[in-house]
Design a protein around this ligand. Structure first.
Ligand code: MN
Ligand code: MN
Length: 285
């Protein structure tokens, strides 16, 4: 009896395991994309833990971010971009609060930005997620949004986003991390440190790091000391309008020093040392 029960239990377990494996294989590709967003590492060891509200991990198939409740924005966002995310879907424009935040946390609403002098600036851009309406819609959750000076958002920042998509369309895979730090920016209505009665901090600086690989397999293993990495750190002000994104190129080391983050932390230390100390001098459009 005992033996039979044991055999039966083993058989059930075997069936469960094999059906799980089968399901995993049959899952649509989009459900497997989430891990790629954080492939180059978690820069602040963020976790989905309500007890660390200033470094709270939010994971979606479209992007990953570390939310900071006291700032009302993420500290950083990380996402993957290649041709497989680029389609024909129109911008959904459905900015809305992120109801996935823990209960009791303030949810930034669209009107918190209205007439503030700052754009609702995307971290993971709408234009990077155009394969389905559902994917595009996720970029409009307010946790993916930061207060960005309009000339910054629509000027050099938009140019850099367009250049990223060009690289993706040309056959590259991009690992993109962006973030913000500091307090106070100059929007269309002048200098502001906070929006929505203090619930949202206007960042002083907005930075981005892009690691670029030609399409291929085993991306983490293919990164070496000659892989192209672009890093920029741009002040959040209206007067950047005449400038090009490439005017703000810097090193990853500089951004790590300013923010205390460890970027590209999934790479071997020797590769990080080589890549993070270089300032990109590659093509700019
Ligand atoms: Mn934007
Ligand atoms: Mn690093």
């Amino acid at each position: 009896m005992c033996t039979h029960r044991y055999l039966f239990a083993s058989l059930c377990l075997l069936l469960m395991v094999s059906s799980c494996q089968k399901e995993a294989i049959e899952e649509p590709q989009t459900n497997n994309l989430g891990a790629e967003n954080l492939l180059m590492g978690n820069p602040s060891n963020a976790k989905p833990n309500v007890n660390q509200p200033e470094n709270y991990l939010i994971t979606r198939p479209q992007y990953t971010l570390a939310y900071n409740r006291s700032r009302g924005t993420a500290n950083w966002a990380s996402w993957y971009l290649s041709k497989k995310w680029l389609g024909e879907i129109d911008r959904q424009d459905n900015f809305r609060p992120d109801e996935s935040l823990p209960s009791g946390w303030y949810r930034v609403i669209t009107s918190d930005y209205t007439n503030s002098g700052f754009d609702r600036g995307h971290q993971c851009p709408s234009g990077d997620r155009t394969i389905t309406a559902g994917d595009n819609s996720q970029t409009f959750l307010m946790t993916n949004i930061i207060p960005q000076a309009p000339n910054h958002n629509q000027g050099p920042w938009a140019q850099m986003e367009a250049y990223s998509r060009k690289l993706a369309r040309e056959g590259n895979e991009l690992y993109i991390i962006m973030g913000n730090y500091g307090t106070g920016g100059i929007g269309s209505g002048g200098y502001k440190e906070k929006l929505a009665n203090g619930k949202i901090t206007v960042p002083k600086y907005i930075w981005k790091v892009i690691l670029i690989l030609p399409e291929g397999e085993e991306d983490l293993r293919r990164v070496n000391s000659s892989t192209r990495v672009i890093a920029v750190n741009m002040i959040n002000r209206q007067d950047v309008s005449g400038l090009h994104w490439s005017d703000f190129r810097t090193t990853v080391d500089d951004i790590e020093t300013e923010t205390g983050l460890d970027l590209l932390s999934a790479l071997p230390v020797s590769v990080q040392v080589a890549l993070e100390s270089k300032k990109d001098t590659g093509p700019i459009n």
